[in-house]
Design a protein around this ligand. Structure first.
Ligand code: FES
Length: 105
């Protein structure tokens, strides 16, 4: 079992089992106060935005240009921690990752 430590939109922090082999978004969108993921993972809506804690952010593959451009259009963008979670695969190596769901825009 691989876990994520999630702080949701209500500020609640809890542990959840992540879906290994799928994007982080697929786990977050099943939470009550998780992400909406309106585009279903097509990197075109920005509603799966989350802040990844620094030590984990550094372990993730880098953002592609389209992800970066979409994030940078939002007011809640933080260059050092923002990711579109539909663009990040959850793996066993990410067991224990800490992230916070970004505010709605
Ligand atoms: S689900 Fe739309 S950009 Fe990630």
């Amino acid at each position: 079992m691989a876990r994520m430590i999630v702080t949701d939109r209500e500020g609640e922090t809890f542990e959840v089992e992540g879906k290994v082999g799928l994007s982080i978004m697929e786990t977050l969108r099943e939470l009550e106060n998780g992400v909406e993921a309106l585009c279903g993972g097509m990197c075109s809506c920005c509603t799966c935005h989350a802040y990844i804690e620094p030590e984990w952010f550094a372990k993730l593959p880098q953002r592609q240009d389209d992800e970066e451009e979409l994030l940078a259009e939002g007011e809640s963008y933080r260059p050092e921690s923002s990711r579109l979670t539909c663009q990040v695969e959850f793996t066993e190596a990410l067991d224990g990752i800490r992230l916070t769901v970004a505010p709605e825009e």
